[in-house]
Design a binder for this molecule. Structure first.
Ligand code: KDG
Length: 309
């Protein structure tokens, strides 16, 4: 049974191609928690995924992807009457934008009583996100139930707010994020999440607010400005690893997967964040959420280069 179990919604990705034809899209895979699971697996962790897929071609494509990537799918169920979700990524000078076709998806039919208990009960770390919560009220309940199971058995809980205002209004997002922060061992927001949830607060004040909400540890992911790590007693800012970035899709998910993988490998949280910081930077050097996720050898090489510089 897998050590790390991520719960949420996978999405088939159509990423606008870098060609002169703006209607050309490259098919890939996304879904923040699936990206996290694949990132952790590529970095050597034992990982499983929990979701519901449409009994359709896209659902089968995900089962094949997870098999290729070594992500255990024992916790994945098929829904005959709902589809696998899809999203489009378009690019402009403003950065990337997501457009979703996911309302009523198979994953949104997750409920507390559909959770695969055998998979969750042996997990050493359970991960979910604000997107896992936002896709439906029953999926939101399922996230809280999965976190309760993890906490009751003394497992770690990692949580990425990943606020998407296309999925839910800010007031509801804020309430659910703070409730999940209260349950988690590590809260892993991005600076975009922080700007929405805690408008105007400086990075240290965001970390303080999440500790006050109940998060034991916090990593505030700040993109090209690195990250701020706090275990409640000690706080450290890590500079970003310099790379030639082309697409930030999935970089935060990669951070989450790398951080979880290294925590379970025995790193202290600051070493785990240092590793994850480099892994996330490498994930921005290619297009799409999954294709550029690095492997251990890539991260280790970059860490050596960083140490030598
Ligand atoms: O972090 C990248 C994800 O946001 C992307 O893969 C799509 O999961 C996704 C979502 O719901 O936005």
């Amino acid at each position: 049974m897998p050590d790390i179990v991520a719960l949420g919604e996978p999405l088939v990705e159509f990423n606008q191609a870098r060609s002169t034809d703006p209607t050309a899209y490259v098919q890939g895979f996304g879904g923040d928690t699936s990206n996290m699971a694949i990132a952790a697996a590529r970095l050597g962790a034992s990982v499983g995924y929990v979701t519901r897929l449409g009994a359709d071609r896209f659902g089968r494509m995900f089962l094949d992807l997870w098999m290729r990537e070594g992500v255990d799918a024992a916790g994945v169920a098929l829904e005959a009457e709902a589809s696998t979700g899809v999203y489009f990524v378009t690019h402009s000078t403003q950065g990337h934008e997501f457009s979703y076709l996911r309302a009523g998806s198979a994953a949104s039919r997750m409920r507390p009583d559909t959770l695969p208990l055998a998979v969750l009960r042996t997990a050493r770390l359970v991960h979910a996100s604000g997107i896992s919560q936002a896709i439906s009220a029953t999926a939101c309940d399922a996230v809280f139930a999965a976190f309760d199971i993890a906490r009751a058995q003394g497992s770690l809980v990692t949580y990425d707010p990943n606020v998407r205002l296309k999925l839910w209004p800010l007031t509801r997002a804020r309430a659910c994020v703070l409730a999940a922060a209260a349950q988690c061992t590590w809260c892993l927001p991005s600076r975009e999440d922080a700007a929405l949830l805690f408008e105007g607060l400086a990075p240290d004040a965001v970390v303080d607010a999440l500790h006050r909400a109940g998060a034991r540890g916090v990593v505030l992911k700040q993109g090209a400005d690195g990250c701020l790590v706090s275990d409640g007693a000690r706080r450290e800012h890590l500079r970003a690893h310099r790379v030639q970035s082309v697409d930030a899709t999935g970089a935060g998910d990669c951070f989450d997967g790398a951080f979880a993988a290294r925590l379970l490998a025995g790193d202290d949280p600051f070493a785990a964040a240092r590793y994850a910081n480099v892994a996330a930077a490498l994930a921005t050097t290619g297009f799409g959420a999954v294709a550029p996720l690095p492997r251990s050898a890539d991260v280790e090489r970059a860490l050596e280069q960083q140490a030598a510089a």
